[in-house]
Design a protein around this ligand. Structure first.
Ligand code: EPU
Length: 346
């Protein structure tokens, strides 16, 4: 164990990453620390910078494929705290520290009369990871509620606040996956929520599972939990990182041709010139749904979800490559991996 300068930060060597590895791939961090406050975070950054170590910040680990042992410092963000920042007649701004669990935060908001996040119930992971891929489900995305995101700049240790516009959110993407990839560690997220219920029931499968035409936010929360429980495996039971691929965005003419040849393919409007295709449908119609290849496979209720029975990083990534290649050959559509992949195998 190494004591970093003048803080109580503990940095350990050769740490098993199992608790942070939703795919249960066996992997060890060269150095590992967990930070509970900003000064510990600053010390951890200084330790990585001074020793020229690769830094891998992690939250709950639910959207990471840790494909092999990691060199450098793995930094677990364990900052806690929920605070009301301001409110007016209609809305309330709540600041969540990056280490707050996402689903517990959704539940907290609903129980305290702050509405909007119900459709995002049960998404695994922590608050600090949510802006990176602009988490979304059942017709709602995180960016609909982001007021600002607080970060610490990795190179300088400077604290900054990014506005919702600064974050450049898009479908499962943000500045944190693009131009600012690896520039910042997210420390807190402030969300603007509604004080009066404003429900969103546009998503077809949500609509059909609701038992009333006039649902409350609590009805939506229950329905979303029910759908997710029935379709998506719990990583504790069957290791997985949720959707392994993004729904591909293609030009409208490509979507029109696909629709002519495959009238059942679900296609959603995305922008005036682009459409979004259901990747799960494409994968299912290449015969992968429910398949098992050695120690890895595809979930039998949601073809977008890869599951790991006992495989290693190479086995998971080989299956992902096979799916990509067969979907490309069959439909001429290129799938993109959605979780972040760490390790020496890519
Ligand atoms: N479908 C299939 N086969 C399947 C599953 C789905 O053909 O095995 C078809 C369904 O018929 C449906 C369409 O695909 O018409 C969409 O399916 P679903 O509603 O299950 O959503 P998805 O597009 O597959 C996305 C998100 C999920 C999110 C759900 C619900 C991405 C990459 N995935 O999946 O997010 O929970 O919508 O909003 O956008 C995640 O990101 O990890 C994740 C789970």
């Amino acid at each position: 164990m190494i004591e970093a300068e003048s803080t109580e930060l503990q940095i350990n060597q050769s740490v098993d990453l199992k608790p942070y590895n939703s795919l249960a791939i066996s992997a060890v961090a060269e150095y590992f620390c967990s930070v509970q406050n900003i000064s510990q975070l600053e010390s951890a950054l200084a330790f990585a910078n001074n020793n020229n170590l690769i830094l891998t910040p992690i939250g709950g680990g639910s959207n990471l494929v840790i494909a092999s042992d990691l060199t450098g410092l793995v930094l677990h963000i364990d900052l806690k705290g929920i605070e009301i920042i301001s409110s007016d007649k209609e809305t309330i701004n709540i600041r969540f520290a990056a280490g707050e669990n996402w689903h517990s935060s959704v539940t907290y908001c609903l129980e305290n009369g702050c509405y909007g996040l119900e459709n995002l119930a049960l998404i695994p992971g922590d608050m600090g990871a949510a802006p990176i891929q602009n988490i979304g489900a059942y017709g709602v995305e995180l960016c609909d509620f982001v007021h600002s995101v607080e970060v610490i700049e990795r190179a300088t240790g400077n604290l900054k606040r990014l506005s919702c516009d600064d974050c450049q959110f898009g479908y499962r993407t943000s500045v944190f996956k693009q131009t600012a990839k690896d520039s910042y560690v997210i420390t807190a997220v402030t969300l603007t929520l509604n004080k009066t219920p404003k429900v969103n029931i546009d998503y077809p499968s949500l609509q059909t599972s609701l038992e009333t035409d006039n649902p409350s936010p609590a009805d939506i929360y229950q329905a979303v939990c029910h759908i997710r429980h029935s379709k998506l495996p719990d990583p504790q039971d069957i290791p997985n990182v949720g959707s392994f691929f993004k729904n591909p965005i293609v030009n409208k003419d490509v979507a029109d041709t696909l629709a002519q040849n495959h009238p059942e393919l679900p296609i959603y409007a995305y922008s005036p010139s682009q459409s979004k295709l259901a990747a799960a449908w494409l994968i299912e119609h290449c015969g992968f749904k429910g398949c098992r290849k050695g120690d890895v496979g595809v979930h039998d209720k949601q073809a977008l979800v890869l599951v790991n029975y006992q495989g290693d990083g190479a086995a998971v990534l080989a299956l992902a490559e096979e799916i990509k290649s067969v979907v490309l050959q069959t439909f001429a559509v290129e799938l993109q991996v959605e979780p972040r992949i760490y390790g020496n195998l890519t």
